[in-house]
Design a protein around this ligand. Structure first.
Ligand code: ATP
Ligand code: MG
Length: 422
């Protein structure tokens, strides 16, 4: 431990202001304090406020036990099998539901084997709960280990996070030999925070990732999928997977991606949609991840048979969606998008063009295909063919984009009809 720690910044020494903190989180902090508990704003919110960014959510740390938290907040649910934490819910008309996470400070003890013990008693079994300082040391990166104390408006740093915020570094708390195997998802999170904040990964942390990269495959698929979804929502899949590739994380994370070349520009294409406020769906990211690998095995070319294409795309998409327990609906959508690329590659030779271009999913498939054509460089002819085809069709329809022979089939609404929701 560093003798200069903790560092405590007074109100005039930092930019965190109450005005920037969610009012519901403030209400929870005050309520806990009134009841005589310690309560700090913790984790990502303090980091983001220190950086002048808007936090995504506000987490609270307290010395109140889960059962005490539950008694204090009626709108509260305890979650987590190992370490119980509380979700306090706020539901207001016309607003999305909000959850503030309230967790008891963790100690050095392990929570293995404590699942069946009532939360009230957990602390007698092995220091599962602890002091704020111990809690800070259990967190993942120094920049995520800061506390904000509403009582005196100080920022408290037990782990050297303030110095790393200044340096722009992602530094693992503690020793990589212990902390990456303990929870390998931390390796992906390191890369994610580096991309999000424009930070470097500190040298020993980076060496730790390289040394333990293979173990990412041991993490819970559900958690990994959740992290990957966050990257997609934020539109940072390309930079994060590029860095993951450099550090040896990509292969164990996504073994289906055998051909990495071409994947990154496709991810960049999809990431740009998030920047425009319309993040691409998970199915499109799945398709982008496997398309270059598939194209190497079954080239997209005018003579390609759609049966052969379908047979080629089944195994990689199936493996990827099984690993991450992704629904059949998303799997089908991803396969459809890939198959559309083969249809488009067939160009003139593809027969049911009229029906194809009228499908609601056509515009996205067409845009996806053009992005891939730009990456691989040998589909120019097919692109030119379809551009002509679409332009002719639009002319024929008087520019409405509809198509002359378009028929609408009407269906009598039945009483139980939900109004065409898909
Ligand atoms: P975001 O802006 O994505 O919410 P965050 O830092 O708040 O970033 P969360 O996943 O919400 O990230 O986690 C909240 C806090 O919990 C983190 O800041 C960190 O202190 C701690 N934490 C999260 N995951 C881990 C982990 N795997 N190991 C140790 N501590 C973790
Ligand atoms: Mg958070």
């Amino acid at each position: 431990m560093n003798a200069d720690l903790p560092v405590v910044l007074s109100r005039s020494q930092h930019p965190v202001s109450r005005k920037l903190i969610d009012p519901d989180a403030l209400w929870i902090l005050r309520r806990l304090r009134r009841e005589g508990h310690l309560a700090y704003l913790v984790g990502g919110a303090v980091r983001d406020l220190m950086l002048g960014r808007e936090p995504k959510d506000f987490d609270v740390g307290t010395d109140a036990r889960p059962s005490q938290i539950r008694r204090l907040f009626r709108n509260c649910r305890l979650i987590g099998r190992r370490f119980r934490l509380a979700h306090v819910y706020f539901r207001r008309k016309g607003e999305p539901e909000k959850i503030v996470e309230v967790s008891t400070f963790r100690g050095r003890g392990t929570w293995e084997g404590t699942e069946d013990i009532p939360p009230e008693d957990l602390d007698f079994t092995g220091n599962v709960f602890g002091s704020p300082e111990e809690d800070a040391w259990r967190r993942d990166f120094t920049i995520n280990g800061l506390f904000y104390n509403l009582d005196d408006f100080t920022v408290i740093d037990y782990v050297g996070g303030l110095a790393d915020l200044d340096r722009g570094e992602i530094r693992l708390i503690g020793n990589a030999e212990d902390r990456f195997p303990e929870d390998p998802v931390r390796m992906l999170r390191a890369v994610e925070f580096a991309a999000r904040l424009g930070f470097r990964i500190e040298k020993a942390t980076e060496a730790g990732i390289r040394a333990h990269a293979e173990r990412i495959a041991e993490s819970s698929p559900a958690r990994l999928r959740e992290e990957l979804r966050q990257l997609q929502q934020r539109g940072i899949m390309a930079p994060v997977l590029a860095e993951a590739h450099r550090l040896g994380l990509l292969q164990p994370l996504l073994p289906e991606v055998a051909v990495v070349e071409g994947v990154l520009p496709m991810l960049e294409y999809l990431d740009r949609k998030a920047a425009d406020g319309r993040p691409a769906p998970e199915a499109a990211y799945l398709a982008a991840l496997v398309l270059p690998t598939m194209a190497a095995r079954q080239p997209l070319e005018p003579g390609v048979s759609l049966e052969a294409a379908q047979a080629a795309l089944g195994p990689p998409v199936g493996a990827l969606t099984r690993r991450y327990q992704i629904s059949a609906h998303i799997r089908h959508t991803a396969k459809d998008l890939l198959l559309s690329c083969y249809r488009l590659a067939r160009g003139k030779a593809y027969r049911t063009k009229g029906k194809f271009v009228r499908k609601p999913e056509f515009p996205d498939a067409w845009s996806f295909f053009r992005a891939w054509a730009g990456v691989c460089g040998d589909l120019d002819e097919a692109v030119a063919y379809w551009e002509r085809y679409l332009a002719d069709r639009d002319k024929g329809a008087g520019g409405t984009g509809g198509g002359k022979r378009r028929r609408r089939r009407r269906r009598k609404p039945r009483p139980a009809d939900t109004g065409g929701a898909q």
